[in-house]
Ligand binder design. Structure first.
Ligand code: AMP
Length: 431
């Protein structure tokens, strides 16, 4: 028995009809993002592992459990022998900040507005809405002294505008603020105080998180931990006056755009780099993995990664989850054809082969059979491919120097000279 291969666990093939849906999402994303002044950036799919450890955070789930490392040999080879540990990118923000610093973008423009579309990789236990290779669309706005509640609201507005444009039926915006680094430390302290009496009842992971990253306890899915978290008193008393004012202004900006949101003081996000505004967009259609996307402000990350002082805000949306939430009623049937060429014998096939090239050069979508066969079977193929017209060439047409052109919608059939064929098809297709 010859071994048959299939996709590795947690990855999917995207077959041609579904790929059309993906293209549509990507086209809409580009259209909306460009309208807000964002430009596309593409970065490698692997980076030095340390980039993610120093940005996402040593204690985050991503770094603790989900990084997909290249094997030592692979990493060494990819690095040209330097032997640094490389990993497939688990998220897009850190690579973009790395690129921002590497390209000295702060010297070129006051605010770099960037977007990306691409595959991300996390070694998770696969389930619905949770894959090992998934795709994100995201934006990042980075610039020295660019921290502004207006920009936060623009980024959130842009995210929702995209979801509206691609007709995601229902979604909900959850909003919170973490405040400055000092405010976050105050919040950690308060959380530890409140959680301390219950520490022994937390799951083993959360007992570890208690000292290392107490915020992560708020995201734990274990029932016991959720019951304890539900009892916590979460408010905004950990914030300094300036953070409070900033948050008030963000909400005011969202109100001015008529954006409805729900405040969720327990939504703290799992990545270390966030400060001030954080948000999540959820869809009730998604079940337990209900986040379509999430984002927030990260004003210290650029400097933390060795760059200049630069503030930043961004988000990432998961494409697979968007497609799940849209619940496409049916997959599209694929690209339709302008013309299908039917060849009844070898000389006709040779003639049609050249005709196909001429028509395609005129921007006409053409396909054909590559072996002579019966009219019936080739017409069946043309129908399946939803061809608008069929050109039939056999011995008789060859002898007379004509082709038979059949309109597949009305069924009308006419014979035209081969030399006029290209012009006639262009005319009827309005090309
Ligand atoms: P995160 O970077 O974890 O905040 O994720 C942002 C968005 O990416 C999520 O809301 C999901 O839509 C998507 N996402 C994250 N991890 C996965 C995954 N393992 N599988 C599919 N989508 C994911």
């Amino acid at each position: 028995m010859v071994k048959k291969f299939s996709t590795p666990r947690g990855t999917n093939d995207i077959y041609p009809p579904q790929a059309l849906l993906w293209q549509e999402l990507e086209t809409q994303a580009r259209r909306v993002f460009v309208r807000y002044g964002y430009n596309e950036i593409r970065t490698p799919i692997f980076e030095e592992s340390e980039l993610f450890v120093r940005s996402v955070g040593q204690t985050s789930d991503i770094v603790q459990k989900q990084m997909l490392h290249l094997s030592p040999q692979g990493a060494t080879r990819a690095q040209g022998g330097a032997g640094l540990q490389l990993s497939l990118r688990p998220e897009g923000t850190a690579p973009i900040v790395r690129a921002y610093i590497q390209d000295n973008m702060d010297k070129k423009e006051q605010l770099s507005k960037l977007f990306y579309i691409g595959a991300m990789f996390r070694g998770e236990r696969p389930q619905k809405g949770r894959l090992r290779q998934f795709h994100q669309i995201g934006v990042e706005a980075i610039g020295p002294d660019s921290c502004s509640p207006y920009l936060d609201a623009e980024v959130i507005g842009l995210c929702l505008e995209f979801l509206k444009n691609i007709q995601v039926p229902m979604y909900q915006l959850k909003l919170n603020t973490l405040g400055t680094v000092e405010d976050k430390q105050n919040l950690s302290k308060k959380l530890r105080q409140q959680l301390k009496p219950f520490k022994s009842e937390l799951c083993p992971d959360c007992q570890n998180r208690f000292d290392r990253n107490v915020f992560r306890i708020l995201d734990c899915k274990q029932k016991a931990c959720r019951q304890i978290v539900a009892k916590l008193k979460l408010d905004y008393t950990h914030l300094c006056e300036a953070s409070r004012e900033y948050y008030r202004k963000v909400k005011e900006c969202l109100d001015s755009l008529n954006i409805r949101f729900e405040e969720d003081p327990g939504m703290v996000r799992g990545l270390d780099y966030y400060t001030q505004t954080v948000f999540e967009v959820c869809s009730p259609a998604l079940g337990s993995q209900d986040a379509l996307g999430a984002g927030g402000r990260y004003d210290n990350l650029v400097a933390q990664l060795g760059g200049p002082q630069a503030d930043a805000v961004g988000f990432a949306l998961g494409l697979e989850r968007i497609l799940l939430a849209r619940e496409e009623p049916q997959t599209p049937s694929g690209q339709s054809l302008d013309v299908f060429l039917v060849s009844l014998d070898e000389p006709s096939l040779a003639g049609n082969f050249k005709l196909a090239q001429t028509l395609r050069q005129q921007d006409i979508v053409v396909d054909m059979s590559f072996k002579p066969a019966s009219v019936k079977s080739q017409m069946r193929t043309a129908n399946k491919k939803k061809a608008r017209f069929v050109v039939i060439v056999g011995q008789e047409e060859q002898r007379q120097g004509i082709v038979t052109l059949k309109d597949m919608q009305g069924g009308h059939q006419q014979q035209i000279a081969v030399d006029h064929c290209e012009q006639a098809i262009k005319r009827i297709l309005n090309k």
